[in-house]
Design a protein around this ligand. Structure first.
Ligand code: GLU
Length: 440
């Protein structure tokens, strides 16, 4: 069963996701359109050269592969895999691989572009990529997941590499899957290549602090936001959607900062306690019961209700498109920290801005994961490993600098943090394109 796989992000139940069914995204919820809407606005404000605009709009490479495997029953099944490399001007492509029954090529294209912008915001020398296999891990055995992983890696053997394209965990994938990617790649190359993938187990070239990095990064940016807005984290009320690797770590660290985590949720339900949920206790419950379902020391509430609770901080750390034009007006949080990729639609952005909600955009808020992935890659290449304190300290330094950079663009141009983050990222990528010129 797939429950032993630790996923980078938790899958939360949302009416939007349920309504989406097997249909591709449309309208407000098309992630590629959502990414392009933000890109276009930032490019316009930057007065980006039209030629460069055309280059940056398109992914460099889009790969679709067949992933045939033998099921445990003996039957052969063929899954579809994607890998999209959006831009590699600043360095090798970098980005996670997700296993999701509803993932589309459009979504992978958007996620790959988000990785380009995310790496540029934190100023690490990577481009952006994303991969996916259309499959439902909940219906697959661990050995079937292993076969899918290995066959997908083999299909992409000429694309992946520590100098070309470096995967990492994402939705429904984790350390164990990264270990199989490293092994498959290394068997093809006839020697151990640790730097081909990040988010690996520590024993085989993973980095201390990588597992917690995305959630830790969220809290670092929330602290920066609180300082900027002039409120104390101590005593602040927070709601966290998604209790996977990102949400649960962020919830734990928020509680350590003295914040009151009043609501948490996962795919099985949402839970509320006005006095604050004991996050460690909830984590123990999930360890024993797999899901939050039935958690006794909080009241069960609706998943949608969690988003509109009267809190200071809202942390969507599950899937895309949970904050839309339908619920954005009801949101009462002062600060939204986007732990997930693309949780807010462009239509919701406008409403939140009108209402003065301070949104820390995904490409800044959840960049802690890829930042420590960068540290992992550096350590693998140097074959010299850092202690956890060094990792966390360097993460904090890089994220605080990125936050300050984004804030300063936002103040200079009078735009919100999301537009500022895109402007900063696009300008950093564009600057390299100008210097490198066009190879013909
Ligand atoms: N999947 C994560 C993200 O969306 C991590 C990517 C990485 O570490 O390369 O940022």
């Amino acid at each position: 069963m797939s429950q032993s796989i630790e996923a980078e992000q938790a899958v939360a139940s949302t009416p939007q996701a349920a309504a989406r069914g097997q249909e591709p995204f449309s309208g407000e919820e098309n992630p590629f359109e959502a990414m392009m809407a933000r890109f276009d606005r930032a490019a316009e404000l930057l007065a980006l050269d039209p030629g460069l605009y055309r280059v940056l709009r398109q992914p460099e490479k889009q790969i679709i592969v067949s992933v045939p495997i033998q099921r445990d029953s003996g039957e052969i099944e063929v899954f579809t895999g994607y890998r999209v490399l959006h831009n590699t001007s600043r360095g090798p492509a970098k980005g996670g691989i997700r296993f999701d029954p509803k993932v589309t090529l459009d979504e992978v294209k958007a996620l790959a572009a988000w990785m380009t912008w995310k790496c540029a915001v934190v100023n690490i020398p990577f481009g952006g990529a994303k991969g996916a296999v259309v499959c439902d891990p909940a219906t697959l055995s661990i050995t079937e997941i292993e076969r899918i992983t290995r066959r997908y890696t083999a299909a992409l053997i000429d694309v992946l590499g520590p100098d070309s394209d470096i995967p990492a965990p994402d939705l429904n994938t984790g350390e164990r899957i990264m270990a199989w990617i490293m092994d498959t790649y290394s068997m093809h190359k006839r020697h151990a290549v640790t730097g081909v993938v990040t988010g690996k187990p520590i024993e085989m070239g993973g980095s201390l602090g990588r597992r917690e990095a995305t959630g830790r990064g969220c809290v670092i940016s929330i602290k920066q936001a609180a300082q900027h807005l002039g409120f104390e984290l101590k005593g602040a009320r927070a709601a966290v959607q998604g209790f996977g690797n990102v949400g649960s770590v962020a919830a734990k660290l928020l509680a350590q900062e003295g914040a009151k985590v009043v609501a948490i949720s996962d795919i099985s339900g949402a839970y509320y306690n006005a006095e604050g949920i004991d996050v460690e206790d909830a984590l123990r419950w999930v360890k024993d019961h797999r899901y939050l379902a039935g958690y006794p020391r909080a009241e069960a509430i609706g998943g949608e209700e969690l988003l509109t609770l009267d809190v200071d901080i809202l942390l969507p750390a599950a899937v895309a498109n949970v904050i839309t034009r339908k619920n954005a007006r009801q949101i009462k949080a002062k600060v939204i920290c986007e732990g997930a990729n693309g949780p807010t639609t462009p239509a919701a952005d406008r409403i939140l801005e009108e209402n003065g909600v301070f949104v820390i955009p995904d490409i800044l808020a959840n960049a802690g994961g890829v930042t420590v992935s960068y540290f992992e890659w550096v350590q693998d290449r140097a074959a010299y490993f850092w202690d956890e304190e060094t990792v966390n300290q360097r993460l904090e330094t890089m994220l605080c600098r990125a936050f300050r950079d984004v804030l300063s663009v936002s103040q200079r141009y009078g735009v919100n943090l999301r537009t500022a983050a895109y402007m900063l990222a696009i300008e950093r990528v564009a600057a390299v394109h100008r210097l490198r010129g066009l190879y013909a």
